[in-house]
Design a protein around this ligand. Structure first.
Ligand code: UD1
Ligand code: CA
Length: 457
């Protein structure tokens, strides 16, 4: 049977007190709505539709891999679903509805909602949770037989109903056909004058249809982010969940409290992560490498047995046995080949540092291709920018670049050549040559003596 997922992400999120739409706020550099969409995709749904509205210019690009529907006016969750109907391809089948502000939901839980709905041929299965502080959540109402017969929103609760601790997570799996039929009957007759999706449950129950409440095994999965403190709470849960999974898979994390690993990062066993380290995006690290302390890697690949100390790397490639830092900055397009080194206070951008080559101290290498077994002396700079355009530098294999050289691009240094320390190199240097580009040293003899004699005159 076909299954679609509908993500509700049109609300303003006023309680965040932000100029940014709520679902665009991030946890470990990943927007809230993306956590939900990716969980739905991992659960194996056939299509994903996202309802956007408030701040849609910001939200739309984040969800561009889904079908997007615009809800111009946010008249409530039921209104959002009704608007999405035209974009949902399936005529019948299962429709999972997820709130875009609940990033802890897992693919397994979404799958179990779908499985239950299909196995029981239910009109709707709702995920419920017991909350110590249920304030703000819709309350689950059960009949004498214990079956779910409705949901009452906080603002519509009687004093007795506010005592109920079983709450609506905002995650459901509906029989799509039933949902769109019943949706027609939802009105705005409530405290907020909104169309509540939650009313569908009572309407289906009254029609004698099967309405099922499944309690979440881990209630933290249902945490909705409505405020900055809930954002911090959700972040802490996800940090723990992810770190634990990596440790279970054989990764050493010395201090899990100061280690932040995004959900799409892959780490092989026997990698060691030292304190205050952030691994984000699609970063991957192979076995035997040590990363940290004080490091941040985004969308970076790290090979086997590398050492990265106090390193910031963005869209960089670091091959086996390479070393970085302390205090290295690898910017997009930096590629350290096998055994290469980017040492202390070194910045590398859009450059390849060949096999076994070393840039140990205080250098800027940009738009350069450096061959293998090259040694680049302290303080070397590729002058790649003339104020208008970027130019490239090529350094052949086995070169020795003396300290404090300026390589004014475009320039090519032939293989196995040597540049004298302090040179400003503006012309190509042939293979095997010595390139010198500095003023000759002069010496004026007896300088101090002559000075003293002059004073005495
Ligand atoms: C909703 C549920 C509540 C549940 C809680 C769980 C309703 C009426 N209430 O309440 O029972 O306990 O979630 O977190 O459904 N949205 C739209 N368009 C709209 C309104 C909302 O897309 O017109 C989106 C929001 O962006 C958000 C989601 O729907 O992602 C839920 O809306 P929100 O206002 O946060 O509902 P809650 O008050 O949290
Ligand atoms: Ca909410």
């Amino acid at each position: 049977m076909k299954t679609s997922a509908l993500i509700l992400a049109a609300g303003a999120g006023t309680r965040m007190k932000s100029s940014k739409p709520k679902v665009a706020h991030t946890i470990m550099e990943k927007p809230l709505v993306r956590w939900v969409i990716d969980a739905a995709k991992t659960a194996g749904v056939d299509e994903v539709v996202t309802v956007v509205g408030h701040g849609r210019d910001v939200v739309e690009p984040l969800v561009s891999d889904t079908s997007v529907v615009v809800q111009e006016e946010q008249l409530g969750t039921a209104h959002a679903v009704r608007i999405a109907q035209s974009a949902i391809e399936l005529a019948e089948g299962s429709l999972v509805v997820l709130t875009g502000d609940s990033p802890l939901i897992t693919a397994e839980t979404i799958k179990s909602l779908i499985d239950t709905q299909q196995a029981e041929q239910a009109a709707v299965v709702v995920l419920t949770m017991h909350a110590d502080n249920p304030f703000g959540y819709g309350r689950i109402i059960r009949d004498e037989a214990g079956q779910v017969c409705g949901i009452v929103e906080q603002k519509d609760c009687t004093p007795e109903q506010t005592q109920i601790t079983e709450c609506n997570s905002g995650f459901y799996c509906f029989d799509a056909k039933v949902l769109f039929e019943v949706l027609e009957e939802v009105s705005t007759n409530n405290a907020q004058n909104e169309y509540y999706l939650t009313d569908v449950l009572a309407l289906a129950y009254e029609r004698g249809m099967k309405v099922i409440g499944v309690e979440a095994q881990d209630s933290s999965e249902c945490l909705g982010v409505n405020s900055r403190s809930q954002l911090a709470e959700a972040t802490a849960h996800l940090q723990q969940r992810i770190n634990r999974a990596h440790m279970d898979a054989g990764v050493t994390i010395m201090d899990p409290r100061t280690t932040w690993i995004g959900p799409d990062v892959t780490i092989e066993s026997d990698v060691e992560i030292l304190p205050v380290t952030f691994l984000y995006g699609t970063t991957s690290i192979k076995e035997g490498s040590v990363v940290g302390p004080n490091s941040r890697l985004t969308d970076t690949t790290v090979g086997r047995n590398c050492t990265l100390e106090e390193t910031v790397a963005i869209e960089a490639q670091i091959d086996d046995e390479a070393t970085c830092g302390p205090r290295a900055y690898l910017r997009p397009g930096a590629h350290l080949c096998e055994g290469a080194k980017a040492g202390t206070h070194v910045e590398i951008k859009k450059s390849t540092i060949g096999k076994g080559s070393k840039v140990p101290h205080l250098s800027y290498i940009g738009d350069a291709t450096v061959g293998s077994n090259v040694n680049i002396g302290a303080g070397t700079i590729t002058c790649n920018y003339d104020g208008e355009k970027k130019w490239s530098t090529v350094i052949g294999d086995d070169c020795f670049i003396g300290s404090d050289c300026m390589l004014v691009a475009p320039v090519t240094i032939g293989e196995n050549s040597l540049l004298g320390a302090g040179s400003v190199i503006t012309k190509d240097v042939s293979a095997g040559a010595l390139g010198l580009g500095r003023a000759r040293q002069v010496e004026i003899a007896h300088w101090n003596e002559n000075k003293k004699n002059k004073k005495q005159d």
